[in-house]
Design a protein around this ligand. Structure first.
Ligand code: NAP
Ligand code: G3P
Length: 478
């Protein structure tokens, strides 16, 4: 793919001035794949938010059926452009074509479900009156209203889906949106800004800000015209956002260190299969990836054998060349951090049966055994294809290791004793527990979120809509 010039929609304008651009480099060949007009100054950002606020006063009155029609038009355009869009995803983040297409399909489904859910919510306002609630002489009718300008900031790993899952609930509710895609995701972000425009959002409802978070982030997250922030990304950036925005709603979906707890009565072969899929999908670059295994010592060796067999089956190659399980990592920095964590674990006595190997941005998958809680990889989020395995004697030890984590996203428990799994679930400081399955965000209709350093507030179709609305109560008094 040649370097391409991407225009971008900012409010009512399609920006095609390429005198100051963000160059996006592919993790596949390190060549420029896209150049996009970027935002230069704090003043420019202030104007974008001001205009988004002005547009909100108009858009909030646009009939729901029109908002719905524009979002459905957007779905049609995503469907029509699937080939071009999936190629951009492949080159921009080294996701395989098959996975990129899945991400597009999932995003279309997400938008449609969001529309359906919004209709349901709006059709049933909360009515509190004397007959039901013994409230004397009053009838309260509580409905939802949009908040204003929603700021959406997304990470690289689902460059389409994690934008759409913020933009769709915001727009269907009557908010306007300013969004900043990850640098590695900016070609997707600008591409869809034009699709949104073509779909009908051409009156300032949508603005896409292009630029590096490290350079313009502080200007974006601190603006009086923002009514709500929905952020997905690392815990460090999430905390910064939370600190600067104490008076508006902020939803944060952050890092994770999800464990797979394997009990001695688990179906070990099947557990290994699911764990390897959970740990190595998209090279481990998922917040919900399995990032450590805690296994009962009596079945440790058997599980390691099965995990090694599953790793052996993983196919490895460039994302551009086929549907490989392991492809290029997003950048050398993350790859090197994985090597650093591997080395630290080795120094602390961990071992692996795989060869530690690297080819360009591809890091070959590794399971580490003999890992102890002294190793950094027992605690740090690796976001790469390295899986530490820690053994325990008593389940209490496993629970303790889980709960000592700074993160609190999800945990998996593999066992044939469902009653015990539920009992363990009740002791874990995470939001979601998966019995006999690896962690995941989907199905998207499920509430999804994290606690501790993994986040604040909930996503999920319904929860995202509610987070982008405020309750309006009208009370009739007799
Ligand atoms: P990241 O570095 O935190 O970046 C996320 C977004 O924040 C990007 O758009 C980035 O822009 C922007 N950003 C960076 N610095 C900023 C600042 N000072 N102010 C405002 N915005 C700023 O995360 P990532 O590397 O893309 O994604 C990996 C992390 O996200 C992992 O920790 C992963 O677990 C987490 N994640 C969590 C979930 C979840 O749902 N819980 C889902 C996916 C990923 P630039 O790209 O331009 O720097
Ligand atoms: O890291 C992105 C997060 O949203 C995970 O989604 O569907 O891979 O579990 P999923």
């Amino acid at each position: 793919m040649d370097g391409k010039l991407y225009k971008v929609v900012v409010g009512k304008k399609i920006i095609n001035d390429f005198s100051y651009v963000l160059h996006v480099f592919s993790p596949i060949n390190h060549q420029i794949i896209g150049s996009i007009p970027r935002v230069r100054t704090k003043e420019q950002i202030e104007i974008i938010f001001k205009n988004a606020k002005l547009a909100f006063h108009e858009y909030r009155n646009v009939d729901f059926h029109i908002r719905k029609k524009w979002l459905l038009n957007f779905c049609d355009l995503l469907k029509q452009k699937w080939d071009e869009l999936s190629n951009i995803i492949v080159w921009e983040i080294a996701k395989t074509k098959v996975e990129a297409i899945k991400e597009i399909d999932r995003s279309i489904e997400y938008i449609k479900l969001t529309i359906e859910e919004y209709e349901k919510i709006m059709k049933s306002p909360l009515i509190i009156d004397e007959s039901v609630h013994n409230v004397k002489g009053k009838t309260g009718i509580f409905t939802y209203e949009p908040l204003g300008v929603v700021l959406a900031i997304s990470p690289f790993n689902y460059p389409l889906n994690l934008l759409v899952s913020k933009i769709a609930p915001a727009l269907i509710s009557g908010n306007t949106v300013v969004y900043k895609p990850a640098t590695q995701g900016s070609c997707v972000g600008s591409f869809i800004s034009l699709l949104l425009y073509e779909a009908g959002f051409k009156n300032g409802e949508v603005s896409c800000i292009i630029g590096k978070g490290s350079e313009i982030g502080d200007f974006i997250i601190d603006n009086p015209n923002i009514s709500m922030i929905s952020f997905t990304g690392s815990s460090d950036v999430g905390k910064k956002i939370a600190m600067k925005n104490s008076l508006i709603p902020v939803i944060l979906e952050l890092g994770g260190k999800d464990a797979a707890i394997v009990l001695k009565d688990a179906n070990l072969k099947l557990s290994a299969k699911k764990i390897v899929k959970g740990a190595f999908s998209f090279n481990g670059q998922r917040c919900t990836g399995i990032k450590r295994v805690l296994v009962d010592v009596s079945v440790e060796q058997k599980l390691i054998k099965y995990i090694d067999e599953e790793i052996e089956k993983l196919t490895i190659g460039s994302a551009i060349k086929g549907n490989f399980d392991i492809t290029e990592m997003i950048d050398i920095k993350t790859l090197k951090n994985n090597l650093y964590l591997l080395l630290d674990a080795y120094k602390n006595g961990a071992r692996t049966n795989q060869k530690i190997k690297r080819k360009g941005n591809i890091l070959f998958p590794v399971a580490l055994h003999n890992v102890t809680t002294k190793c950094k990889i027992a605690w740090d989020e690796q976001f790469g294809p390295v899986l530490p395995i820690i053994s325990f004697n008593e389940i209490e030890q496993a629970i303790d290791i889980c709960n000592k984590s700074q993160y609190g996203l999800q945990t998996s428990i593999f066992t044939s004793n469902i009653k015990l799994a539920k009992k363990i679930a009740s002791t874990l400081d995470v939001v979601t527990i998966n019995i006999n399955e690896s962690s995941s965000r989907g199905p998207d209709i499920f509430p999804f979120g994290g606690i501790k350093d993994s986040g604040k507030g909930m996503q999920g179709i319904k929860e995202a809509i509610i987070s982008m609305n405020k309750i309006k109560g009208v009370i009739e008094n007799e």
